[in-house]
Design a protein around this ligand. Structure first.
Ligand SMILES: Cc1cc2nc3c(=O)[nH]c(=O)nc-3n(C[C@H](O)[C@H](O)[C@H](O)COP(=O)(O)OP(=O)(O)OC[C@H]3O[C@@H](n4cnc5c(N)ncnc54)[C@H](O)[C@@H]3O)c2cc1C
Length: 476
């Protein structure tokens, strides 16, 4: 079939999937006022492949067939391939005014994780199945959500622990027959799941032998019977209090996915009981996905820095030394992220024929941006002043006598208008909020998850350093 247009992607989503938002069952995800923003944002990846300006970046050549395919489904072989992928994600997020299209980015990360794990197991049946599924996604230019995070219940307990309130906090097998498996459980916070073609399920942690039924990876179409999604509310429209803006609203949303005894045919099962490989699959995903995160965060914070500089200029404080210090801190944040993100591509790790961003460096990039994001935001809020939260609304501005007051008293330096100043603040408020702060902290894994990876991956180097230090002090 080959590359799809954005329209073809949208048409594919009208398939009877069960999606709920704010207590309402969604009939057509592509036209529903509360859902279509996510669809349109994800469609950017398809639009870029059609746009001559971005085609070289968004499209790669299938190494075997010579057909054009999405770059997200080209398996990176070296640093150059990884850098192109880095550039693609950054540019796509810029096209989304700071919001990543996501559906194909996460698809590549999760497909590669399953492929690498199956290859490292040496299980020919699984290798054949994931190859077929990968080709299905690639050849039909599909979008895929990755459902890894289980709802977990008591986090201190293992999935199968009898002390858990019930056995379904982690997705698991409840029955098997000659055609496939039946699965039950729930996954949480799954980005884009409501407007993808397929959901690829991965285990979210290392398992023990008693967790065999929970060591599970499979893929199913989003309209599979028994699969229910509850989508969180999110900014999908311009409210009456907001100053009008003609640019399309960009946003992504997350789903709670409940698997009500869902049937999965064997050809779509990539891990079923091999508990020793559950942790490896989760890690293989995180290595690549944390790099994806550093790319979109880079483009996202560029928008925030741009708005921060604009408000500093409008307020006449841009040349004041402590403001310059704060802007310099923001530049350092962004350029540190850019450097780490690119460096992780330039020192790739080749696993089972797939080039992955360097594990330690990509985790450093994610850790840097998550740990320091609140400081970045603090600087923006500081230089904005209290107006960040006390702005009059567009409704006030529509009353002539109030408009007169607002225009007179809420402008900044000579030649700037109050309206433009309020629009900049509004732009900052839509991008800097609690949702985004939590996204930075938890999406792609908590701070602790990154620290664990960095520490774990550093063990060999620690031993080398220790041996060298021992030599220095004369210990044989
Ligand atoms: C906006 C957003 C988008 C996301 N998109 C996706 C997605 O597309 N796909 C997907 O699979 N996931 C997604 N996630 C989930 C994300 O990976 C998780 O939020 C993250 O792994 C943390 O898990 P949690 O939210 O369940 O928090 P918790 O597990 O409750 O973590 C809270 C705190 O408890 C600590 N903690 C938890 N368990 C333990 C333990 N056993 N030992 C020690 N400390 C522990 C954590 O380190 C953290 O500090 C998304 C999350 C967000 C916020």
């Amino acid at each position: 079939m080959g590359l799809r247009t954005a329209e073809e992607y949208k048409n594919g989503l009208r398939d009877g999937r069960e999606v709920w938002i704010e207590g309402e069952k969604v009939e057509d995800i592509t036209s529903h006022p509360k859902m279509k923003v996510g669809v349109e944002t994800s469609a950017i990846d398809y639009e870029m492949a059609e746009n001559p300006k971005f085609r070289d970046l968004a499209v790669a050549i299938h190494p075997e067939t010579g057909e054009p395919i999405s770059r997200h489904y080209y398996i990176s072989q070296n640093a150059e391939d990884l850098i192109k992928r880095h550039d693609l994600i950054v540019e796509a997020t810029r096209q989304g005014d700071g919001i990543i299209p996501f559906t194909k980015d996460v698809a590549g990360d999760s497909l590669n994780a399953v492929l690498i794990t199956c290859r490292s197991m040496g299980n020919e049946v699984y290798i054949d199945r994931i190859n077929r599924f990968y080709n299905h996604v690639r050849n039909n230019d599909l979008s895929v959500a990755c459902a890894m995070t289980d709802v977990k219940g008591d986090r201190s307990l293992h999935p199968s622990s009898p002390d858990q309130e019930h056995p379904d906090y982690y997705v698991h097998v409840v029955d098997k027959n000659d055609k496939g498996i039946i699965v039950r459980g729930a996954k949480g916070h799954i980005t884009c799941a409501a407007y993808c073609d397929e959901i690829l399920v991965l285990p979210c942690r290392a398992m023990r032998e008693e967790d065999t039924d929970y060591a599970l990876s499979f893929a199913i179409p989003v309209n599979t019977k028994g699969l229910r999604q509850i989508v969180r509310p999110y900014r999908y429209h311009q409210g009456p209090l907001e100053f009008p803006n003609d640019r399309p609203i960009r946003s992504q949303t997350e789903s709670w996915i409940i698997f009500h005894d869902v049937f999965v045919p064997w050809e779509r099962v990539f891990l079923c009981g091999e508990w020793q490989y559950a942790g490896a699959m989760a890690y293989n995903f995180s290595y690549s996905h944390r790099h994806t995160a550093s790319c979109y965060r880079l483009a996202m914070t560029e928008v925030q820095l741009g708005l921060a500089i604009a408000i500093a200029e409008y307020n006449g404080i841009d040349k004041i030394s402590h403001i310059r210090e704060k802007i310099t801190d923001m530049i350092i944040y962004i350029e540190m992220l850019n450097s780490l993100s690119r460096a992780s591509c330039l020192e790739p790790i080749i696993r089972e024929g797939v080039a992955l961003p360097n594990y330690i460096i990509s985790n450093l990039a994610k850790y840097h941006f998550a740990k320091n994001y609140h400081e970045f935001v603090k600087n923006v809020e500081d230089l904005c002043g209290g107006i960040f939260i006390t702005t009059p609304t567009y409704k006030d501005y529509q009353v002539p006598e109030l408009k007169e007051d607002i225009d007179k008293y809420l402008s900044g330096i000579k030649g700037t208008s109050a309206l433009d100043r309020l629009k900049i603040i509004q732009g900052l408020k839509t991008t800097i909020n609690a949702d985004d702060e939590v996204l930075a902290l938890h999406a792609e894994g908590s701070l602790q998850a990154e620290r664990m990876t960095i520490y774990g991956e550093y063990q060999k180097r620690l031993q080398e350093l220790k041996r060298n230090a021992e030599k220095i002090v004369g210990i044989d």
